[in-house]
Design a protein around this ligand. Structure first.
Ligand SMILES: NC(=O)c1ccc[n+]([C@@H]2O[C@H](COP(=O)([O-])OP(=O)(O)OC[C@H]3O[C@@H](n4cnc5c(N)ncnc54)[C@H](OP(=O)(O)O)[C@@H]3O)[C@@H](O)[C@H]2O)c1
Length: 274
């Protein structure tokens, strides 16, 4: 039976390339996108380029818990199994934005959505085992202050983004422990420094520098090629709780191996999605 793959943020960048490569392999691909027009356009392109009609679209604003819940419900009403879940959708905002749930938007989108969507889909992932979860993190991961996850004191763009990407890693390590013996693996990846829209929200001098370096950034297609083996290759059948860059297991940043911290983040996240 062909695999069913769900990819968030699948209309652009790394997510779109992963969706195209997965469809080209013959998988049924479910794209979770926030904007219908962009989602439909990407879906049509992927069907045309892959020749695979089994490409589906779910519209969800992953910064909203209700919307995440509805996306999981819609998926489960259409599919009985899920072989690969790729939590990929991400943002990097220059100033503080608050979601409809009252949470800082980068943390909500980049971490809470990964956490909540995964927990809502765990049942189907387990019943589809062997199955895999891939969390797209970043080498930009930075320290987490568990008492100030929402930037209540002051908002700094790079701290907010780095914290959310550290949360991806802590979540991956804790989830791997909790999923032992279930046949569901979970790993995190750094996709590389990739030429995508994520840099559109970087302004000022950093933007100028990025503009200069952009021609040397990896293409989304190349980045996706490095992630695909983690989704499909037998080589990774029993690999879980690891972090990869270009399919090579890599160390994560300071603080990421703190077991108390990851358990605390789990507990806080669970309360925040209730
Ligand atoms: N590019 C890099 O160099 C780099 C480096 C390290 C890690 N990453 C990570 O790679 C992942 C993919 O990013 P990318 O570089 O491919 O950037 P991208 O092209 O901007 O893709 C991000 C995707 O997430 C979607 N998204 C954002 N907010 C959403 C929401 N509230 N609900 C649903 N979807 C939402 C975007 O939708 P719209 O198109 O509608 O905005 C887009 O499809 C992110 O997790 C990012 O942190 C990227």
């Amino acid at each position: 039976m062909e695999k069913v793959v769900l990819i968030t943020g699948a209309n652009s960048g790394v997510g779109r390339s992963l969706a195209l490569l997965s469809a080209s392999k013959g998988s049924s691909v479910v794209m979770v996108c926030r904007n219908r027009e962009r989602g439909e356009k990407a879906k049509e392109d992927i069907i045309r380029l892959s020749g695979n009609n089994s490409v589906h679209l779910i519209i969800a604003d992953l910064s909203s818990l209700d919307s995440v819940k509805n996306a999981a419900k819609e998926f489960k009403s259409g599919f009985n199994n899920l072989n690969v879940l790729v939590n990929n959708a991400g943002i990097n905002l220059p100033s503080l934005e608050i979601t409809s749930d009252g949470y800082e938007k980068v943390f909500a989108t980049n971490h809470l959505a990964y956490f909540y969507l995964t927990s809502l889909l765990l049942g189907v992932l387990k019943s589809s085992a062997p199955s895999r979860i891939i969390n797209v993190s970043s080498n930009a991961q930075s320290a987490i202050n568990i008492n100030d996850l929402m930037s209540e004191k002051k908002y700094y763009q790079y701290k907010a983004y780095g914290r959310s990407k550290m949360a991806n890693v802590l979540f991956t390590y804790e989830l791997a422990e909790r999923l032992k013996g279930t046949g569901v693996t979970v790993n995190a990846v750094h996709p590389g420094v990739v030429k995508t829209n994520i840099y559109e929200t970087v302004h000022g001098f950093p933007r100028f520098l990025i503009g200069l370096m952009m021609p040397f950034f990896m293409s989304p297609g190349k980045s996706a090629e490095y992630i695909m083996p983690l989704m499909y290759s037998d080589e990774f059948n029993n690999v879980t709780g690891k972090y990869f860059y270009k399919t090579v297991e890599t160390q994560t940043k300071k603080g990421s191996y703190d077991v108390d911290l990851r358990k605390k983040l789990w507990e806080v996240s669970e309360n925040l999605v209730k």
